[in-house]
Design a protein around this ligand. Sequence first.
Ligand code: ZN
Length: 244
Amino acid sequence: MGWLTDWRRSRVLKKHRIDERQWLAATGGFAFLKNYPHEKLKRLVLQFLAEKHFTGAHGFQVTDTIRLSIAAQACLPVLELGLDWYAGWSGIVVYPGDFRVRRSEVDEDGVLHEWDDELAGEAMPGGPVVLSWDAAAHATDINVVIHEFAHKLDMLNGAPNGMPPLHAGMDAAAWHAAFTVAFEGFNDALERGTDTWLDPYAAEHPSEFFAVISESFFEDPAETRRRYPDVYDQLKLFYRQDPA
Ligand SMILES: [Zn+2]
């Protein structure tokens, strides 16, 4: 059914335009977006908006500006990959602020533990992306939108493990080596109490490291390349972009 999708997407571009003033209102706060091909990003955003469905949680009103702002950042990782990388789900749930999720786990003695996590974002395999607008709107050090959509890419080949499906010609061993060295070095630095450049949350799991360094790849590519040259090279091959 690829032709039908192609036809729908080209029709969206013929019928809709993004007003430049509205685009600036939605994206002006994200200076890094100016480094990317403007018209190409806008075209992808139009198609993204036609295919994804936004819902406000807790009575939150998702305005056109909010939709545009989230879509612009979400489209950046797939700018050269295409929207098919976000296929198979359509929901984006936006909370006004951080939200609570109930977690539970049965320990080795069979005892059920339950607790609440407070989150700024969550991506579910085959399900929606959930975002806190407060966190998404004040993305300075942390970009929750790019973070959650990077998780979506990571989940395409099963449980998130820090390695999305690589393109033909990419070397899984090279990816694994680059990310393992970086992840272990990052954890060592945290244990020594060294100030880390990346959000310490990256140490939680290889999948979190991939999501966090994907944020910095797009937001601060030159510094990402300087600090993590091997990881940068792998991300460049995967995202098919060389923003530095
Ligand atoms: Zn995460």
